[in-house]
Design a protein around this ligand. Structure first.
Ligand code: F6R
Ligand code: MG
Ligand code: MG
Length: 374
């Protein structure tokens, strides 16, 4: 059984929170090559989206493997040292703990891991995002695996016709549930339409009994109990031969839907699909970006990545994202551009409430809402 792990962290930005310094990527790449040479990993590569470094690794140690997680933790300690040497912004931002203990759960870095038996040909797409949250994958996963208007394979491929099962996490209450689609389609949508709380963790094919997709579901803000950075997510999707085709996997991103997480983790903005060389959010610390790296996994090796949004057929999505960004920006500090009060990652509300408590006065009796008898 092969495991594909993407483990990511923001350990310093160049400049501000916009990108990763080349020296950090060089350090991470050389550490990953060492790990391949000494047999910890079968293969590995390093990529970035915005200010986040992703280690994309194959191995046979399973999900949550201590040796793989502790290796990633060490790499992020090294990239943090490089960030400090160069005076980069927010060095070590996502490393919330001083010492590694067992696995990365609750320690800051995000990770998506998928265990599978390699098929004779194994196309896999790794999605990396910046300036958004794990629930950002809900809409495209729904479209890929449940919407025939996106994925004709659901209708005309006999291996897909039975549908897919979705595992959804409730990030507020540490619960999870499986939805069996198409039967549970409407129930699924009721939950995943609220992506700040309900997040698709994985998707399984019913006829192949295989995991088809996995996401990172950590929320940094909830882990730390205070704002410490964005919980920028990653996702792994397997494609073809009874799973959505590569084109069906990418198609949802042709619509630059709105996600939470731009500017101070506190604004909605359009999700822009970009090539790696455009994955440097700069306007209003955004718009949030998504990169798709395709791999043809063979004998456990990743091979050359293909930068799948480096394609003029996504130009129109990028143009529409800029138009939507202009539209949302004109709302300034008003919702729905600004997130609802409860979801803000930066807020002065607590201090304001304390300071203004004495200035709020009861309404005159005539203006009060009648209290219902019930
Ligand atoms: C970081 C992010 C940015 C920052 C903003 C303020 O990923 O989303 O929008 O929140 O640049 O950053 P600080 O508070 O570090 O000055
Ligand atoms: Mg940062
Ligand atoms: Mg980031």
């Amino acid at each position: 059984m092969l495991t594909l792990s993407i483990i990511k962290a923001d350990t310093g930005g160049h400049v501000g929170h916009s990108a990763v310094h080349p020296a950090m990527l060089a350090t991470a790449s050389s550490r990953v090559s060492d790990a391949v040479d000494r047999g910890l990993l079968i293969d590995g590569t390093v990529a970035a989206c915005g200010d986040d470094v992703s280690l994309i690794m194959t191995h046979e140690r399973g999900a949550d493997a201590e040796e793989v997680h502790s290796f990633a933790w060490d790499v992020f300690q090294s990239t943090t040292r490089v960030a400090r040497q160069h005076g980069l912004y927010g060095a070590g931002q996502d490393l919330l703990s001083d010492a590694f203990s067992g696995n990365l759960r609750g320690m800051g870095p995000g990770y998506a891991e998928l265990e599978f038996t390699e098929r004779p040909s194994e196309p896999v797409i790794c999605f990396l995002a910046d300036k958004t949250e794990p629930g950002a994958w809900n809409l495209p996963l729904y479209k890929m695996f449940a919407d025939p208007f996106n994925t004709p394979g659901l209708v005309i491929d006999s291996k897909m016709h039975d549908g897919f099962r979705f595992e959804v996490y409730d990030l507020h209450e540490d619960k999870h549930i499986w939805f069996d689609c198409p039967t549970d389609l409407y129930e699924l949508l009721m939950y995943i339409g609220a992506p700040a709380r309900y997040v698709i963790h994985q998707v399984e094919s019913k006829s192949l009994a295989e995991v088809a997709a996995a996401t990172s579901t950590q929320r940094l803000s909830l882990i730390a109990g205070k704002y410490v950075g964005k919980d920028d997510p990653v996702m792994i999707v397997r494609a073809q031969s009874g799973l959505p085709a590569v084109g069906e996997v990418l198609e949802p991103f042709a619509f630059p839907y709105t996600v939470a997480g731009a500017m101070r983790g506190s604004h909605h903005a359009p999700f822009m699909p970009v090539s790696q060389h455009q994955a440097h959010p700069s306007r209003f610390d955004g718009p949030p970006r998504v990169v798709a790296l395709g791999f043809q996994v063979h004998e456990g090796r990743l091979g050359q990545p293909r930068d799948l949004f480096d394609d003029p057929s996504f130009d129109e999505a990028r143009r529409q994202a800029n138009v939507a960004m202009d539209y949302l920006r004109r709302h300034g500090p008003f919702e729905p551009h600004r997130l609802p009060l409860a979801d803000l990652e930066y807020t002065t509300m607590t201090q304001l409430e304390a300071r203004l408590a004495d200035r709020w006065e009861p309404l005159p009796t005539a203006d009060r809402q009648p209290v219902s008898a019930a």
